[in-house]
Design a protein around this ligand. Structure first.
Ligand code: GAR
Length: 192
């Protein structure tokens, strides 16, 4: 069993896709042992509770320094002895110490065809650039924001009448298929 800790900040629809895949036994032996959020109001916490997964929040606002928050978060995460850390809409810039602590065992999903469009507003940027397609990438987390080796990508066409919102919705549907597939691949390749 691969012990997975999922980090979220908000809606948690990717977390839900992972929970659903686990319940269908499609996570390659992966098991979500905890969900941690940096926001108390994150809806993803309710999703975890509904699935009987331990869920905690640790507010970054309670810490003066980014390093202190990351150190406290690491301690919370490590209580669950995870094999894999899955960032699912965890909207924080991570300190080098945090990234190094989980080197090779932390993954993220980002709504673009990396290396295109790291950062925010990826859907609007792809439309503005006149791109024909957009998508999502699952990648290992390294020190650069939205960088690191890509594990899996999925693509969607950009339609003539797309707005950032309609494109975001189409990419979100794609993400919900892509992330469980990527996590399953990782768990199957690294049986514990
Ligand atoms: C997802 O679209 C994910 O790709 C994005 O946040 C959203 C979270 O949605 N992550 C990033 O932009 C990371 N740079 P969710 O809370 O419904 O899963």
């Amino acid at each position: 069993m691969t012990r997975i800790v999922v980090l979220i900040s908000g809606h948690g629809s990717n977390l839900q896709a992972l929970i659903d895949a686990q319940q269908r036994d499609e996570l390659g032996g992966g098991h979500i042992v905890a969900v941690l959020s940096n926001r108390a109001e994150a809806f993803g916490i309710k999703r975890a509770q509904q699935a009987n997964i331990p869920a905690e929040h640790l507010s970054h606002r309670d810490f003066a320094e980014r390093e202190a928050f990351d150190a406290a978060l690491m301690r919370r995460i490590d209580n669950y002895q995870p094999d894999l850390i899955v960032l699912a809409g965890f909207m924080r810039i991570l300190t080098p110490a945090f990234v190094q602590h989980y080197a090779g065992k932390m993954v993220n999903i980002h709504p673009s065809l990396l290396p295109k469009y790291p950062g925010m507003h990826t859907h609007a940027r792809a439309i503005e650039a006149g791109d024909q397609e957009h998508g999502a990438s699952v990648h290992f987390v390294t020190e650069g924001v939205d960088e690191g080796p890509v594990i899996l990508q999925g693509r969607v066409p950009i339609l003539a009448d797309d707005t950032p919102d309609t494109l975001q919705q189409r990419v979100h549907v794609l993400e919900h298929q892509l992330y469980p597939r990527a996590v399953r691949m990782i768990c199957e390749q690294n049986p514990t």
